[in-house]
Design a protein around this ligand. Structure first.
Ligand SMILES: Nc1ncnc2c1ncn2[C@@H]1O[C@H](COP(=O)(O)OP(=O)(O)OP(=O)(O)O)[C@@H](O)[C@H]1O
Ligand SMILES: [Mg+2]
Length: 512
């Protein structure tokens, strides 16, 4: 290899019908660097990485890899060349088990040419051990949690022993503890001279793990900088083209009466949780992965059968036997598993926006398409969703824009209580700001929100009160109108002992 770069993009462009996803993108990557790629939803990050992994062909431009021009025919070709990607929306096969997924299309063979499952299983176990995570490797992927599926994706990439490892929002489903593990793995890859391309909307992560960062905006490169030469405000300005200031709106001033009370809720791993929710309030649910955060809200919503405990809603006893009954009573649920439990992939943006409200757009016989279009257009404008047209399939939208469509769907139902699981997973800073504003507007109208979130700054910035879960129990309810809590305080409750966050990468140098 001559020169300091292992990989270069030269003037890469990509056109989709009606969308110029990338325009003249030139970038280069060093061996042994973690290179972050950031930008707003729809900026073109995933598209660029799909080109690098052979999923899409560029409309123009060239890739140079180890001093040679690289034309990737397909994903398999990219893998053989040593380029491995962990996709943003997982690409695992649900009906296969963990080992089968890790070695899909690259199965180790016995002397007779049969799939050597034993060997594959041993290799899978070894890789899992190397990152210190336990998963039942004979489990089918469909039975794994989002976090476990994520881990399988990472293992799969590691198993290829690639030189270029692309991680498209790998942290979106990871707890802090697991993130620390992931960073450990990434540091090791860097020491081994690998190039890690790291996409994330979590700018804190960029500052703690990346060496350099490239900002994409509307398919163009805005800048490539050493991470230590930038601060967060400068990075945000490059991404959104304006100052954002304080991203979290002020806490609610008008918290009203109790609308819902839960007493000793138990179900599955949930053990005797009591809580209440008031009008105009955002109740944040914090805790590490597996602490029962989703179990709590899904039990309230009737998705898990109650083994003991009771629920009162608007002053009356209420038992929801399924989510439909909860929705009829005035709840809505925005699921964290957007791909499997949220979007209807092959359908349009219009259909995905209006589906649960179809009654309002149905005439005697026909769906009133005009009305459906008008409402969808209004929602797209309200949330600033980036779309080519309303008939575009939702699966062709960038991840963050899919989330905005799901939020629109919920808003249209006009529920009294919004239950939102990871409201801004995969959403860029500018759009987060908009979603937070929408959440605060809702509470100003007296609506209540239960927000499950793994992002502690979001929990702290948005919650009037914070319920911290620990192993199925409520470890405490913190009132932020009395005091603003710190991440460490919440984590200490969540894990049951003192907890210190790892320090960022550049801080030390600044202090010298
Ligand atoms: N298969 C496709 N067909 C049509 N348009 C597409 C397709 N894939 C991506 N696009 C469009 O290309 C643009 C860039 O999308 P991309 O997924 O690369 O964004 P991103 O930067 O990864 O965003 P996010 O942060 O939300 O994941 C978007 O406008 C998107 O709608
Ligand atoms: Mg993306």
């Amino acid at each position: 290899m001559n020169g300091e770069y292992v990989l270069e993009f030269r003037k890469i462009s990509k056109d989709f019908p009606g969308v110029k996803a990338l325009a003249d993108v030139s970038m280069s990557f060093k061996p042994g660097e973690v290179h972050a790629l950031v930008g707003e939803n729809g900026a073109g990050k995933s598209t660029l990485m799909k080109i690098l992994s052979g999923v899409y062909q560029p409309s123009a431009g060239e890739i140079f890899y180890k001093d040679e021009k690289l034309v990737l025919q397909n994903p398999h070709h990219a893998q053989t060349a040593g380029i491995s990607i962990i996709f943003q929306e997982f690409s695992l096969i649900n009906t296969l088990d963990v080992t089968e997924n890790v070695f899909l299309n690259r199965e180790p063979r016995t002397r007779l040419g049969l799939f050597d499952k034993k060997k594959a299983a041993a290799m899978t176990r070894e890789l899992l051990d190397s990152i210190g995570i336990e998963i039942d490797i004979s489990a089918k992927v469909r039975d794994l949690s989002v976090i476990e599926q994520q881990t399988v994706e990472i293992i799969k990439a590691l198993s290829i022993d690639a030189d270029i490892i692309i991680m498209d929002e790998p942290s979106a489903a990871l707890s802090d503890k697991e993130l620390t593990k992931l960073f450990g793995i990434i540091n090791k890859l860097r020491e081994d001279g690998k190039t890690v391309i790291y996409i994330s909307h979590m700018l804190e992560e960029v500052f703690s793990i990346a060496d350099r960062v490239t900002v994409l905006k509307d398919g163009r490169v805005m800048a490539t900088e050493n991470v230590c030469d930038l601060n967060k405000d400068q990075l945000v300005r490059l991404m959104v083209g304006r100052e954002i200031g304080d991203i979290y709106p002020e806490l609610s001033g008008n918290i009203g009466a109790v609308v819902m009370e839960a007493e000793g809720l138990s179900s599955g791993k949930l053990r005797g949780v009591s809580m209440d929710l008031r009008e105009g309030e955002i109740l944040g649910i914090a805790g590490i992965a597996g602490a029962g955060r989703s179990a709590l809200v899904e039990t309230i919503l009737g998705m898990n059968p109650l083994t003991s405990g009771s629920l009162r809603f608007k002053g009356k006893p209420a038992v929801f036997r399924n989510i439909r009954q909860a929705i009829e009573a005035g709840f809505c649920y925005i699921h964290s598993d957007r791909k499997n439990k949220g979007i209807i992939a092959p359908e349009s943006i219009s259909v995905n926006t209006t589906i649960t409200n179809l009654g309002e757009y149905t005439g005697r016989w026909l769906i009133k398409r005009n009305e459906e279009t008008r409402v969808t257009k209004q929602q797209v404008e309200l949330l600033g969703t980036k779309v080519a047209n309303l008939n575009q399939k939702i699966e062709d939208l960038s991840g963050g824009n899919q989330q905005k469509v799901l939020i629109s769907r919920a808003l249209l139902k006009k529920p009294d209580i919004y239950v939102i699981n990871e409201p801004t997973r995969g959403i860029d800073v500018g759009a987060k700001h908009e979603i937070y504003r929408i959440m605060r507007d809702l509470t100003a109208q007296g609506k209540s929100i239960i927000m499950v979130s793994s992002e502690l700054p979001e929990v702290i910035g948005m919650s009037d009160r914070i319920l911290v879960m620990n192993q199925g129990f409520s470890a405490g309810i913190l009132d932020q109108h009395k005091k603003t809590y710190t991440e460490e305080e919440i984590l200490s409750l969540a894990v049951g002992h003192e907890y210190q966050l790892p320090a960022g990468g550049c801080d030390d140098e600044e202090e010298v």
